[in-house]
Write a protein that binds this ligand. Structure first.
Ligand SMILES: NC(=O)c1ccc[n+]([C@@H]2O[C@H](COP(=O)([O-])OP(=O)(O)OC[C@H]3O[C@@H](n4cnc5c(N)ncnc54)[C@H](O)[C@@H]3O)[C@@H](O)[C@H]2O)c1
Length: 460
């Protein structure tokens, strides 16, 4: 065992142990160790242990079935449950939540949909360890606070179940490697259910860029810019845990909503990969100001100190030389945006609102609407599911399309659209931006989670 692997396993174990010690609240941190120094080697890719094999192109072994367990039935878990309950062939066989009231709400939804009642686990924050042992589960989906994504996925993978997680998949490089290794060791997929990859516009733009409409791709813009101040200070749901992350580190805390779609445009792990990033944060002001003006003088939250800068900006360079700006900002008044931009050698697309300019189009150098491209470049999934998705699906329908596609991949035994290497790479800017910011915006290398297999197609 190399020192790097020993250290990685120690940190993963320490994280799991910390989580097990009851650190689900926002007052404590399950992250191991001090803020890493910018000089540390982040791109080390330890060799595969004996018995581990690549997950690239692996098909689901669940032909005909999609038996899903949900760990975390809060706002997001129940939103995804609502989608799954409308999809033929999706069975919810077990649910878990440490808050019995939230599990009860999910149970009511399942009964209202006239689906069989699932097994319910409400025996505390590690009761998912009993849930994953069941033999009527194909995939365990976790919509818990971020600190629990890795422990739940590892438990599922090690129990021989496929795993799917909300974003980000993990918050340390050690944890991201632990997910990769556990997936490879157990031959089970570990997916990030990144709903933004299934957005109408994102899927249309993905087809445009792969049809060469924008020419050679040069630069992309990705972001999560969402005024969450009110939500972060609520005394329920995300207000109970999400603000805590702002007290622990200065980093891009939520990279994947913007980066997932852009990774698809750029064929990340299908011909290119993220090579390194540099990151810089603005001062913090938004959460302090909110706290000072909205909370009572004796509210204990007034003692909190927020480390995360309000706007974090990272620049990512890919192995093929393309560049990406990646931003995070949830503490300032502003309209919502994931930026979602792509500049090619023949044109540019920008979102919020969607607009496109292709060299030679009428109107000289002015953007035109995306609508004329719908007839030729709409994604077939949206053509087939669009009406249903828009009618019932959350987030403009992308949640329904994502769930429908997951169930299709499970039932038809397909290779999933994204794999554990994608989950790890899309989430890696969280720990890497933290290191870069702490090191004065020093360049920080991405690990190659594919261990050299990023050049070809993945079989989807
Ligand atoms: N993809 C999206 O569009 C989207 C939208 C919202 C939230 N999310 C993500 O979904 C996740 C959950 O967010 P949310 O808004 O539902 O938060 P939430 O606080 O409403 O729900 C979290 C639930 O997890 C439960 N929980 C906490 N620790 C647990 C444990 N150890 N075992 C079992 N249950 C546990 C809580 O009791 C709660 O019911 C987060 O990762 C968040 O970032 C994604």
């Amino acid at each position: 065992m190399t020192d790097a692997i020993k250290r990685r396993e120690f940190l993963a174990a320490a994280t799991a142990a910390a989580a097990g010690a009851g650190l689900a609240g926002c007052a404590q941190t399950p992250l191991a160790g001090p803020t890493p120094a910018s000089t540390q080697a982040t791109d080390a890719a330890p060799p595969r242990a004996p018995g581990q094999r690549s997950m690239r192109g692996l098909t689901f072994d669940t032909r005909g079935r999609a038996r899903i367990a949900i760990v975390g039935t809060g706002l997001r878990g129940r939103a995804v449950l609502a989608e799954l309950l409308t999809i033929e062939g999706a069975e919810i066989t077990a649910i878990a939540d440490l808050r019995p009231a939230n599990a009860a709400l999910a149970l009511e939804d399942i009964k209202a949909a006239k689906r069989p009642a699932p097994a319910v686990y409400t025996g505390g924050e590690r009761d998912f360890e009993r849930l994953v042992q069941r033999d009527d589960i194909d995939l365990v989906y976790t919509a818990t606070p971020w600190e629990w994504h890795v422990p739940v996925c590892l438990a599922a993978l090690n129990a021989g179940k496929h795993a799917a997680t909300e974003c980000p998949a993990g918050a340390t490089l050690e944890d991201l490697w632990a997910l990769v290794d556990a997936a490879e060791r157990n031959r089970r997929h570990c997916l990030q259910l990144e709903n933004c990859n299934y957005g109408y516009t994102e899927m249309l733009v993905n087809r445009l860029v792969h049809a060469g409409v924008l020419g050679e791709l040069l630069h992309c813009e990705a972001a999560y810019l969402h005024d969450l101040r009110e939500i972060l200070f609520e005394t329920r749901d995300e207000g109970l845990w999400r603000r805590g992350w702002h007290t622990r580190m200065d980093a891009n805390l939520y990279p994947t909503h913007g980066l997932g779609p852009v990774a698809r445009y750029l064929d990340i792990h299908r011909g290119d990969r993220f090579d390194y990033l540099v990151s810089m944060s603005s001062p913090e002001a938004g959460l302090s100001a909110w706290r000072d003006t909205k909370l009572a003088a004796n509210d204990p939250r007034r003692a909190e100190r927020y480390l995360a800068g309000d706007v974090n900006t990272s620049l990512i360079k890919t192995a093929r030389g393309r560049s990406i700006t990646l931003q995070h900002g949830v503490s300032s008044p502003r309209p919502y945006s994931r930026l979602n931009g792509v500049q090619g050698s023949k044109g540019i697309f920008q979102d919020y609102p969607p607009r496109i300019y292709v060299e030679g189009q009428p109107g000289e150098e002015t953007f035109g609407p995306l609508d004329p491209w719908q007839a030729t470049h709409e994604d077939p999934l949206w053509r087939e599911l669009g009406e249903r998705a828009r009618e019932q699906g959350g987030h403009g329908g992308m949640d329904f399309v994502m769930c429908w596609r997951l169930v299709q991949c499970l039932r038809e035994g397909l290779t999933p659209d994204f794999d554990v290497y994608d989950a790890a790479a899309w989430s890696a800017p969280l720990p890497l931006s933290r290191i870069s910011v702490a090191g004065g915006s020093a360049p920080v290398k991405f690990p190659d989670f594919t261990r050299g297999e990023w050049q070809g197609p993945n079989g989807t």
